[in-house]
Design a protein around this ligand. Structure first.
Ligand code: LLP
Length: 402
């Protein structure tokens, strides 16, 4: 099944906006559950940082997933969507006091702790509240991921986690604290990872660390391997559902568990990436001697990934399908590709990085055409900003536009 974009239902909706195909979302969730149900000790916590749209969250909650939060705001949002606090893992290198208080008050499943000062602070706050905080330590496994440098997190040079050589000392410290309960280890090596070897390397690193800790008498229940499974941005129509089978079987094959241990996953992009598209209207088409530009009403404020990570989002024209086969461009100079015209799709923001894609083939495109930028369900709507005093894009699901 492919993403379906019913352009006939978009009349009267202000562009740009995000459109979510709930069939794709539900199918993705089914594919995850099919794999996870093979193991009674696997738990997926959806990484809400990828998309916190309430309508999307409710569907994810209905599918029974847990949730991974990185801020108090996210905790509030997922509770609003109906998630149980007992399924929340709370990560982040800089948790504020009010966020820790909120996590404790709601009795979340686990805090993923990234430093000793943070651990001490959680212990103090928990003591004041008469609570015991369940804690996993985020360990920096120094495992590289073959992905964009801005979204690699598991290397020693990154700010995340506790160094492996400090792990034992920090766990001992936690075990002596009255208001902390040490539960396990947490990892996350990066995002948009398509090479299963990276996850295999992580599993092997976890095995080594577990053996080291066991040798000094330290045992634990939780292994949280983070998220990071990538999606196909190049061919989203041909490949709308990520390869969850291969992903989960990496851990099945390579991660050595002790009796009673549970494995936790924090998938974000792979859950919501392919169900979303940014719909934008072409404002103007202009040409100069070397380029043809489609200037659209969405900007980097609505979808920042191309500007920030050089990300590619496949763009299709929803309203014009007619190629101008064999005809020269209006000024007779610009090339055609597979009898389509070649465009730079750019936004209205006064920044040269406000470019969605360059030299891409599209059917002849006119003012008023609607374009869809695919694979925009993850880190799209949620990363929108109001720079230039622009309005934030709305998000609609296929169900509400019926
Ligand atoms: N767990 C932790 C600790 C994380 O830091 C992240 C993502 C995830 C889970 C979820 O990763 P995923 O399964 O979505 O790859 N804005 C960037 C991605 C930043 C990812 C940050 N951390 C982008 O648009 O590509």
């Amino acid at each position: 099944m492919n993403i379906e974009i019913p352009v006939e239902r978009f009349a009267g909706i202000r562009t740009p906006f995000y459109y979510y195909d709930t069939n794709i979302l539900r199918q993705t969730l089914d594919a995850i559950n099919t794999e996870v149900k093979k193991h009674d000790n696997y738990f997926v916590h959806y990484a809400v940082k990828a998309n916190a749209n309430l309508k999307v969250l409710k569907i994810i909650n209905e599918a029974g997933l847990g949730i991974d939060c990185v801020s108090g705001g996210e905790i509030e949002q997922v509770l609003k969507a109906g998630f149980s606090a007992s399924k929340i893992v709370f990560a982040g290198v800089g948790k504020s006091d009010w966020e820790i208080e909120l996590g404790l008050e709601k009795d979340i499943f686990c805090f993923n702790v990234e430093s000793v000062p943070e651990l001490e602070n959680i212990n103090d706050i928990a003591a004041k509240k008469g609570k015991v905080a369940p804690v996993c330590f985020r360990i920096n496994p120094n495992v590289g991921a073959h992905t964009h440098a801005n979204i690699t997190t598991g290397l020693a040079e990154n700010k995340f986690g506790i160094d492996m050589q400090d792990m034992e000392r920090v766990i001992r410290l936690a075990q002596e604290m009255k208001n902390i309960r040490f539960k396990g280890l947490h990892f996350h090596i990066g995002s948009q990872i398509l090479e299963m070897d990276d996850f295999i390397a992580l599993a092997h690193r976890i095995n080594d660390l577990q053996a080291q800790l066991e040798a000094v008498g330290i045992q634990f229940e939780i292994i949280n391997v983070g998220g990071g499974l990538g999606i196909d941005y190049v061919d989203p129509l041909g490949n709308p559902i990520p390869n969850f089978k291969d992903y989960f079987s990496v851990y099945d094959k390579h991660l050595k568990l002790r009796p009673g241990q549970t494995v936790h996953f924090e998938l974000g992009r792979a859950v919501v990436g392919q169900c979303g598209a940014l719909i934008t209207k072409v404002l103007y088409v202009k040409e100069n001697a070397i380029k043809r530009f489609a200037i659209v009403d969405a900007g980097m404020t609505d979808l920042i990934r191309p500007a920030l990570y050089d990300a590619h989002h496949h763009i299709i024209n929803l309203t014009s399908t007619s190629p101008r086969a064999g005809q020269p461009s209006p000024n007779g100079q610009l090339p055609t590709v597979n009898s389509q015209l070649q465009y730079d799709v750019v936004g209205p923001i006064c920044e040269s990085s406000d470019v969605f894609d360059k030299d891409i083939p599209l059917p002849e495109t006119h003012r008023g055409d609607l374009l869809a930028m695919l694979s925009a369900g993850a880190y799209g709507e949620i990363m929108a900003s109001a720079y230039n005093c622009r309005r934030l894009p709305e998000g609609y699901t296929s169900e509400e536009l019926k």
